[in-house]
Design a protein around this ligand. Structure first.
Ligand code: SF4
Ligand code: SF4
Length: 209
């Protein structure tokens, strides 16, 4: 099986890592969540779906994902960006925390290692066009608009060209037809309070461009 980063092996839960996760409560939580998922009905799944809206690529939508994710944490341990997080208390499916970092453009590992199909196995080119969230620009926080400083970092890191700069150096509003919600712009924005922020969308979409 091929993965997004050639030469990088998929991590399984070896003895040491397993002990680390157990000590940290993650595996116990995952097992408990898996058992819990087996017990609960669709009503509770709907509750999970409400709580976990920004999801790893391939999840589709929250309700579908909640019905298939067993909280095994294979995606969590294999994510090089460390942005996939267990549910609070381990009670339910994993989610993405884009406040911890950005989803790497050249990576599709989580979708490749998921053993249950909760994350569909996306080819890298497909993953790179899969919108998982959406960025919004707030000029009232941007230091170019407010302080007259030079910046433009959001446009420089955006892998899809969704952020472009005016001749003044100030960013234009995000092109939502191109934004995949990777969170790179949010991560790099130096403005206190972040002028670029990523937000949940109802379901993941395959962009045409
Ligand atoms: S595709 Fe994104 S979320 Fe998934 S493993 Fe890679 S960096 Fe992590
Ligand atoms: S606008 Fe931001 S979130 Fe959207 S693709 Fe570009 S860097 Fe990623």
């Amino acid at each position: 099986m091929k993965y997004g980063r050639p030469g990088k092996k998929v991590r399984t839960l070896d003895k040491g890592r397993r002990a680390f996760l157990v000590n940290g409560g993650i595996l116990i939580a995952g097992a408990a969540a898996g058992a819990a998922l087996a017990r609960v009905g669709m009503g509770k799944l709907a509750g999970y779906a409400k709580r976990f809206s920004i999801l790893p690529p391939g999840a589709g939508n929250a309700e579908r994902f909640a019905s298939k994710c067993t909280a095994c944490q294979l995606c969590t341990v294999n994510c090089p960006a460390k942005i996939i997080v267990p549910a609070p208390g381990g009670d339910g499916p994993v989610s993405l925390d884009l406040n911890r970092g950005a989803c790497l453009y050249d990576c599709n590992r989580c979708s490749q290692v998921c053993p249950t199909g909760a994350l569909r196995p996306l080819a890298l080119q497909v993953k790179q066009k899969t919108k998982i969230a959406e960025a919004k620009f707030n000029p009232r926080v941007c230091i170019v608009f407010q302080e007259g400083e030079k910046c433009g970092k959001c446009a420089h890191v955006c892998p899809t060209g969704a952020v472009t700069l005016r001749s003044s150096g100030a960013p234009r509003p995000v092109n939502t037809a191109l934004c995949i919600g990777c969170g790179a712009c949010q991560q790099v924005c130096p403005a206190p309070g972040k002028a670029m922020t990523v937000h949940e969308i109802e379901r993941q979409i395959l962009l045409k461009k």
